[in-house]
Design a protein around this ligand. Sequence first.
Ligand SMILES: [Zn+2]
Length: 465
Amino acid sequence: MNHSLFAPDALLPTGWARNVLLRWDEQGKLSAVKPDMQAPQGVGLAPGPVLPGLPNLHSHAFQRAFAGLTEYRGEAQDSFWSWRTLMYRFAQRITPDQLEAIATWLYIEMLEAGYTAVCEFHYVHHDRDGTPYTDDATLALCLLRAAQTTGIQLTLLPVLYQTSGFGVTPPTDGQRRFIRRTDNMLNLLARLKPLCDAQGARLGLAPHSLRAVPPDALRAALAGLDALDPTAPVHIHIAEQTGEVDACLAWSGQRPVQWLLDHAEVDARWCLVHATHMDESEYRRAAQSGAVAGICPSTEANLGDGLFDMPRWLSHGGAWGLGSDSHATVNAAEELLLLEYGQRLQLRQRNVLATRQQPQVATAMTLQAVAGGAQAAGRTASGETAGLAVGQPADFVALDAHHLALAGLSAPEMLSAHVFASHRTSALDGVWVGGQQRVSAGRHALREPAALSFIAARRAIISES
Ligand SMILES: [Zn+2]
């Protein structure tokens, strides 16, 4: 394997640099990032500007096969909750082989779309009637294999799910495949930890939401996780819907984020997924806790969640990253576009997420999403710089400088055009994870067989209804 690449332009944590030599070691970590170099003999030339790979911080893999199937009106007023009923029906049918086929295809799509890591918020645990599989880790192992096969970096987040609402409301029949006692979850984590370590995956925990995990269970699960790995990431769905905020207020007198900040030690290990509905003090306290806001623009738009107030979050120094969540869209550039456009529509301004240091909005957003995503994935320790920096994984993406949308532009303009001037075909050429090239000429080597298996799995699940 050639452990180097020469990039005419590369997006470093400090901004764009010219003539950058990238080298990496046997472990797939960057050992040199040197700007202003002459191209050395025998080193490959990147086909266009090189960007840091983007971590996808929120994924429910099985939902990829469900994307597009709920875009019709079923009730007088469809909502997140009517969507969830349909999603549960879909989740009830999936088999281990189908999950692996769907996740394998999804991770290939992600790699081809510029994501080099994924945080899998994994909540379908049991067999279709709700009884545990003989090997209780069966479905988690499907996800580990899908990541191994495709080469994407995985952060596996088994989900703790116990109740259907605040105040220890018993789970519904539709949730039977999700439910685990706390000790049972801790046993699963102990079983998965060496397997994740062996394949370079990170293992964390996802208490599903405050409505699905009672306070005692939350405390006990976090203590158990700390005993296993005190640096493990913790992700939670929170304040996605106003209905959840109202129910939390009725239960506790507090809003969800407020309750969480008062009852758990939320810090930089945490990812608050969505956090759409916060008041000013929640924005300030959550941002200052060091937690990452997990924004999922296409899913939040698809489900009619509402808009996260990015300028307010950033004014408090908040970290953030991107997730594709329900996978209505699997395209990192499109998520950036939607995020910025939502803010523009709300504020009637342009280039909302540009910063003083980075007036190019696509550049500014990419660097912030890479930093927040790596933190949420548990891949950067506190104070570590994510992206194209020595010691970081050699995870990067090369744009195709000859693509119609990009040809003849400067590197920052190419990234802008990639995000804001789509020509319906991908302008990504190569994708490397841990120094290994997984995508060449825009294509993953396993694309064709994985696509066929995905289509067969989706057809089988749909035909059961
Ligand atoms: Zn989610």
